[in-house]
Design a protein. Sequence first.
Length: 200
Amino acid sequence: MAGLTRWGVGWMAVLLALLTGLSGCGYTDSRAAHRAQMTMIGISSEDVQTCVGIPDKIKKLNDNTQIFEYTRTLNIPSTNDSTLIPLQTLVNLTETALGGAGKTCVADIRFDNDKVTQVHYSGDDDEIIGTDGVCSIVVRGCIRQPLPTMKHVRKGPFGPISGFYSPRIKEESEPAAVSNPKPSMPVTPVAAPAMVPAGD
């Protein structure tokens, strides 16, 4: 009985270590991806190419707006099952049970007047814990070595960055309304009353 207990505790320790490693990595990656969605706002297209790289695609929406698109795939090495500890089987079971086996990120960075206004992620980009964790491979250069033009965002567990959801996009202020003066009403000449001479 004692042998079975030790064996069970050993398996639980291996599984717990595996889950902790996978979830910790995913959570950290998710926070890095979401941090970039805040810190990169306002930097120029040259700065983005400095820390992210040359975009895979560029879409010009109008004279003032363009989108850089980056597609990256995470290279996840597979582990071999051994006769003692079937690690790959444990990884597969964990991913099946908890989800988050994403490997591909598509990052779209929007520029208005050559300044970043929005950063969006799509694709199969969730890791086991958190969302958009795979996208950290796109913005890693900007997060690890921030540019002087990037915004400072408070770190730590009580900061504005979450591993589970993207930061809200701030509404752009409405352009100032141009006041057009109302056209003046045409003046209609009014005939003066006829003068009647006195004494008639």
